[in-house]
Design a protein around this ligand. Structure first.
Ligand code: HEM
Ligand SMILES: *[C@@H]1O[C@H](CO)[C@@H](O)[C@H](O)[C@H]1NC(C)=O
Ligand SMILES: *[C@@H]1O[C@H](CO)[C@@H](O)[C@H](O)[C@H]1NC(C)=O
Ligand SMILES: *[C@@H]1O[C@H](CO)[C@@H](O)[C@H](O)[C@H]1NC(C)=O
Ligand SMILES: *[C@@H]1O[C@H](CO)[C@@H](O)[C@H](O)[C@H]1NC(C)=O
Ligand SMILES: *[C@@H]1O[C@H](CO)[C@@H](O)[C@H](O)[C@H]1NC(C)=O
Length: 433
């Protein structure tokens, strides 16, 4: 890496006038480097900021280069773009029917993907660039390096010597006192979609540590439908016509029980084995909203298999399964972009899922899920105080781990109810231009 050579050069030439502290506190604990400059320590009490390609220079990467100055002067702020995209409906309706729509959607996709460091940088064990941090996908990546272990306080040099009790923090700052309906009119159908969709790649592997993930695909691999490993996938498959195992209740298709598809699922002891549904994601027994989406995707997979088999009578089970999975991945991304992100963004620009938009341009298809992304996606305030299913009000004890609710009401009734019930306001949706 260019940064590494720069660092070596500095050490060899010993050009820096160093920052000294009275005792030898790791100087990087002060976070001296600005504008994404990288703090490199080369003596107990000395550091340099590697400002390579930051657009800044100087001891702490604080002085803008000429190009940076010009760019900052002429470039409109992200808030400006957001303003334009969320107003002038008539304008966007005209754009919608021209090639300019494709150009802007392409721009949105490339600009946003370029905000993310790629290849991935740090993880919870490595605060510097390393092969291990790059290649070991058992870790979530980290955009910001962890605070060095030898800092005087858990936050570097600021804050208390010991972090306050988490329960205290939650109760004081995070816990909701009053339900606030979402001003964008987000409903529970959206909320459960968010939870269902993101739990294919947000799967903290607690047993290994908070910095680890079980979602080795790091993206939209539909492991929440098919399982995150081959053994689980096989336990969920029917091995006939590409289909997934299922059971029929009241004439409708539902996920099989764990007796039929022996996969590890999290259920409390009071849920009898014959009521335990088997799904791709081990936590989806938690909420009828998640089971509902699991059921919808199960039905969709098997429906697509029927169509594929008709069109390709010669395909074996494996090819039908694999092709159906690819189709469901495409369907998922289409829904995520054209409905889910469209809603979140509040844009009047009509977003579009079209892989061909990115043909012929540089685009990074590989992805790595970051701890920060996971942290910001804890949209728990979306949840209501109770759940209204066809006029009947259920509290949390009635609702959680209640697999009968899915089969008693059926998918349509749940879709109807979740669509009508408004979700809570999330204070900081992360979708800003
Ligand atoms: C009643 C509904 C919900 C309950 C009871 C619930 C409960 C939980 C629990 C117990 C955890 C584990 C916390 C930990 O390990 O520290 C968790 C994690 C999480 N929740 Fe929820 N949650 C709910 C709804 C949602 C919704 C609607 C979202 C929306 C996106 C969401 C997003 C997340 C995320 C991203 C994580 C981290 C997952 C991981 O890394 O493994 N949750 N939730
Ligand atoms: C660089 O940062 C350090 C630590 O924050 C500060 O003490 C020092 O004055 C800064 N130097 C310059 C040239 O900005
Ligand atoms: C946008 O254009 C597409 C076709 O390009 C059309 O199907 C859709 O209805 C249009 N939407 C709006 C809001 O004009
Ligand atoms: C990834 O790192 C963890 C923790 O050090 C280790 O247990 C695991 O074996 C590593 N995985 C690979 C594929 O090297
Ligand atoms: C939830 O409702 C049930 C009645 O359906 C009631 O017995 C129970 O006490 C309620 N639980 C809570 C936590 O309010
Ligand atoms: C589960 O939901 C059903 C409604 O479908 C309800 O009758 C039942 O009481 C709920 N179970 C529990 C344990 O609350």
């Amino acid at each position: 890496m260019a940064g590494g050579y720069f660092f070596l050069l500095v050490v060899i030439l010993n050009v820096s006038s160093s920052f000294q502290t009275s005792d030898t506190v790791n100087p990087c604990c002060y976070y001296p480097c600005q504008n994404k400059g990288v703090c490199v320590r080369y003596d107990p009490d000395q550091y340099v900021c590697d400002c390579t390609r930051t657009g800044y220079y100087g001891r702490n990467c604080t002085i803008p280069e000429l190009l940076t100055r010009i760019r900052d002067f002429v470039r409109p702020s992200p808030a400006f773009y957001h303003y334009i995209l969320t107003r002038f409906k008539w304008f966007w309706e005209i754009i919608n029917n021209t090639f300019i729509r494709d150009t802007i959607v392409r721009l949105v996709l490339t600009v946003r993907s370029n905000l993310i460091p790629s290849p991935p940088t740090y993880n919870s064990a490595y605060g510097y660039i390393s092969w291990e941090a790059y290649s070991n996908v058992s870790y979530f990546t980290r955009v910001l390096p962890p605070v060095p272990d030898d800092c005087p306080t858990p936050m570097g040099t600021k804050g208390k010597l010991e972090l306050p009790d988490a329960t205290y923090l939650v109760e004081t700052f995070l816990q909701r006192r009053n339900f606030i309906p979402d001003p964008q009119k987000t409903n529970l159908m959206f909320a459960f979609f968010a939870q269902h969709f993101t739990h294919q790649f947000f799967k903290t592997f607690g047993r290994m540590g908070r910095g680890f993930t079980k979602g080795l695909g790091h993206g939209v691999d539909l492991s929440h439908v098919y399982g995150d490993n081959l053994e689980r996938q096989h336990a969920l498959r029917l091995f006939k016509d590409g289909k997934l195992k299922y059971q029929i209740i009241n004439g409708d298709m539902y996920p099989p029980t764990v007796a039929d598809a022996p996969v590890y699922m999290i259920y409390p002891d009071n849920v009898p084995v014959e009521k335990r549904l088997a799904m791709g994601q081990e936590v989806f027994g938690l909420l009828p909203g998640l089971m509902m989406y699991a059921t919808i995707w199960l039905r969709e997979h098997n429906r697509v298999c029927d169509i594929l088999k008709k069109e390709h009578p010669v395909w074996d089970d494996e090819q039908l399964f694999q092709t159906a999975r690819l189709i469901l991945i495409g369907e998922t991304i289409k829904i995520v972009i054209e409905d889910y992100v469209q809603h979140l963004s509040g844009y009047f620009l009509k977003l579009k899922f079209d892989p061909e938009l990115l043909f012929g341009v540089q685009f990074q298809y590989r992805n790595r899920i970051a701890v920060e992304f996971n942290e910001l996606y804890h949209w728990h305030p979306l949840m209501p105080d109770n759940f209204n299913i066809l006029g009947q009000v259920y509290n949390y004890s009635n609702f959680i781990y209640n697999t009968s609710m899915l089969t008693d009401y059926g998918v349509e009734a749940l879709v109807e109810s979740f669509t009508r019930q408004i979700a809570g306001k999330v204070k900081h949706f992360l979708f800003m231009t």
